[in-house]
Design a protein around this ligand. Structure first.
Ligand code: SAM
Ligand code: SF4
Length: 446
């Protein structure tokens, strides 16, 4: 009989994708479970991009300590960015943990478990190499987490070379490397065979895909190759670094009907002085030029962004420039964060830190302003007929279905038929909520 594995994932889509890869790696011996109590193996996949999620790791792992007493053979492991960053320290602080696997080392999980079954001495693997290429792991039909899905993530590149002054990612995910295009295409074809209709291509900076590799297509060309896959209806990607978003790329987004009309374009801050200190390598003016091009060539484009408030040295005037940018660009949604010091980064050593209460105040102001803008934008959808790819039941009700527009807005809708998962339907939008739209089914398109 197969054993059971429980994985708790924190952080970004990249981590979610890595957790799915772990399930594929373990498929011969383990099946996934949603209940840690019945697990033989518990893995916590961690995030260290900000201080808060990093702290959560200790309380999360601590919750499983009592289970070890009940089940002698239970193994507990930590992977992800905190594992990479802390390595041995985690075993010192949490001595009941059996293994710590870094962001490139988790691919060795099978061998690590075998070794632990022979000898229970904790194992820590956190090597990061420039030459690293992740192995090709195709989705498995026997794994409910990697199948039964209409939408899926595909990691196309690992690591980051940008070294934004606040960011830990280059230190815990290593140097930027792109996966070979033929592997990406093989993985997506397999997903499509299993019922996936929409993929989101993941990378810290997808616009620089392939540029450092000999003979690889660049990102616009990769998009064209992927869009040739039959049965794949929609393509999304994240994240686009504004400095590398080219006009050619915007044109391809406009011309290729499979590419969704949404772009996540992290601004971080609206003041050129702060952008420079952040080492973002674009100015507010250059950013706005790209936004103008996007809106010109793709009039219904939805733009979302990341904002950091209270970066060291951010004055009230700098902060107001961020608010101004929100008003000018009119993002569909923003993800906003209070700046927090991260190990290894240069901003950690900047002196003029902003007090916590002030960061809190700025965060509230940003979020309040955005709430109004999102509401106004969502209101404009009311009365329109939108194409929606149905992902399943709505989170609140089993009598309603849920899907997304090309602009990545969630639509909950009622329908005489409930067996529409995986279909592209037309919905009349009738109501705008805070984070989603409501509508009624009109017809099935595909
Ligand atoms: N590669 C993406 C980019 O360049 O925008 C984002 C990667 S990061 C995982 C996600 C977001 O976390 C960033 O866009 C930034 O807004 C936020 N972030 C990163 N470091 C941070 C820090 N030290 N304090 C607060 N927010 C941070
Ligand atoms: Fe971090 Fe900047 Fe790289 Fe994004 S581009 S992962 S913010 S260093």
């Amino acid at each position: 009989m197969k054993k059971r594995v429980y994985i708790k994932t924190f952080g970004c889509q990249m981590n979610e994708n890595d957790s799915e890869k772990v399930l594929i790696l373990l498929k011969e011996d383990y099946i996934p479970t949603d209940d840690p109590e019945e697990a033989d193996l518990i893995i916590v996949n961690t995030c260290s991009v900000r201080e808060k999620p990093q702290h959560k790791v200790y309380s999360e792992v601590g919750r499983y300590k009592p289970l070890k007493k009940k089940k002698n053979h239970l193994l507990i492991g930590i992977m992800g960015c905190v594992a990479q960053q802390e390595g041995e320290n985690l075993i010192k602080k949490l001595p009941y943990v059996d293994f710590v696997l870094g962001t490139q080392s988790f691919y060795q999980i099978k061998e690590v478990i075998k070794q632990l079954q022979k000898d229970p001495k904790p194992i820590v693997l956190t090597e990061l190499t420039k030459e690293f290429k992740p192995p090709l792991l195709l989705p498995e039909e026997t794994l409910p987490k990697t199948t039964e899905k209409v939408t899926a993530f595909v990691t196309i590149m690992q690591g980051c070379d940008n070294f934004c002054s606040y960011c830990i990612v280059p230190y815990v995910r290593g140097r930027e490397t792109s996966r070979p295009p033929e592997e990406i295409i093989e993985e997506i074809k397999r997903m499509v065979e299993l019922g996936v209709r929409e993929v989101t291509l993941l990378g810290q900076n997808v616009n620089s895909y392939g540029l450092k590799e000999k003979g690889y297509p660049d990102f616009p060309e990769l998009l064209n190759q992927i869009s040739a896959i039959e049965g794949l209806w929609r393509i999304r990607f994240t994240t686009s670094h504004p400095k590398d978003l080219s006009e050619r790329m915007i044109r391809i987004m406009a011309e290729n009907p499979k590419i969704c009309h949404h772009i996540h374009l992290p601004l971080q801050a609206g003041s050129n002085r702060i952008l420079k200190r952040m080492n973002r390598k674009y100015t507010k003016e250059e950013y706005l030029e790209k936004v103008a091009k996007l809106k010109e060539l793709i009039p219904d484009i939805a733009i979302t962004t990341d904002i950091i408030v209270g970066f060291p040295g951010e004055t009230e005037k700098d902060f107001e420039e961020t608010l101004e940018m929100l008003k000018t660009v009119r993002y569909h949604e923003i993800f906003s964060f209070k700046y927090s010091d991260r190990p290894f980064t240069t901003a950690k050593n900047f002196e003029d830190k902003i007090p916590e209460e002030e960061k809190e105040r700025r965060l509230k102001l940003v979020q309040e302003l955005q709430k109004t803008i999102t509401q106004e934008i969502y209101q404009q959808y009311v009365g329109k007929e939108m194409e929606v790819l149905v992902e399943g039941f709505s989170s609140k009700s089993k009598t309603q279905l849920m899907g997304r527009t090309t602009t990545n807005v969630i639509v909950n809708f009622s329908s005489p038929r409930l067996d529409l998962k995986g279909r592209l339907v037309k919905i009349l939008i009738e109501e705008a909520g805070k984070h989603s739209l409501k509508g009624t089914y009109l017809k099935t398109l595909k």
